[in-house]
Design a protein around this ligand. Sequence first.
Ligand code: A2P
Length: 340
Amino acid sequence: MAEKKFNVAVAGATGAVGNQMIRCLEEMNFPVQSLKLLASHRSVGRTLRFKGELVPVEELKEDSFKGLDIALFSAGGGTSQTFAPFAAKDGCVVVDNSSAWRMDPEVPLVVPEVNPHAIAQHTNKGIIANPNCSTIQMVVALSPIHKKYGIKRIVVSTYQAVSGTGKKAIDELFDQTRAMINFLDYQTKVYPHRIAFNCLPHIDSFLDNGYTKEEMKMVNETRKILEDDTIGVTATTVRVPVFFGHSEAVNVETKDPVSASEVRALLEEAPGVKVMDDPQQNLYPLATDAAGTDLTLVGRIRADESISNGINMWVVSDNVRKGAATNAVQIAQVLAKEYL
Ligand code: A2P
């Protein structure tokens, strides 16, 4: 029987994640019948390459989704909030990379290695949410531990690349770095402070409780994906002058006792994970190892000697790929294969 093919759209196609979504559809050989590329009116007239063909960029409109099966959205929360329901109304299932729908109880929030069964709930609203980049890589590494030993509490600090903010932020780090090493004045447009040669403990906006939205995304999304509201999660999210690849120092306290070697053995077998953990050989995951791959890299696995059931680890992944585009296309693959 011929393979079923799908009419697909990418909304936000000209952005950093949208562009990677197009690459992922191609690389992962997604069964595309037709591809529609959508962005703002500013991008009309541009073309982008897909499988050797130049595809025109069209303006995202309410009626853009007629006759389509799946739309991958990465055009900002406001755009998803407005346009995803129009897609759903026309029978086109949305996989949305923004935070607009993630905590809606009727919308599944999915990491295919962790909770693929939740994709069945796409019928509720016609929308599936792609989690926050920092959350995705953390739950890929922690889900096997939670399933076997039970997680009581997570303390995480992130070191996040500028590509998570989008194309303008990539340019800002590049321009500021170049200006500084040439002793020239630099401009600060995307971030409130200079990002070159600096670390900003500030991702997304601040909330009344003193945390940032990014930090609270990690708290709430982790519980939703791991399907356990009893897990304690606390996060500090930091923007660092790295182009691609988020790194995380993760401390986890388990219900049942677990040793570092047991965690290492468990993660060696875990889907989507690569253990890189030989400190004597200076082997531990780096952002430069993760960039361009779809794996979540884990190293520095060691006991937290300050508590009885604690483990520390270092978790790294490409935030634009597994943290966004790859995860969205993996969701679309399961959706296409099992539900459409
Ligand atoms: P455009 O390039 O036409 O502005 P990034 O996160 O890398 O900055 O990319 C954001 C993406 O979202 C771009 O493709 C951008 O298109 C798109 N986008 C932003 N606002 C809108 C909008 N109101 N309607 C459609 N697409 C939008």
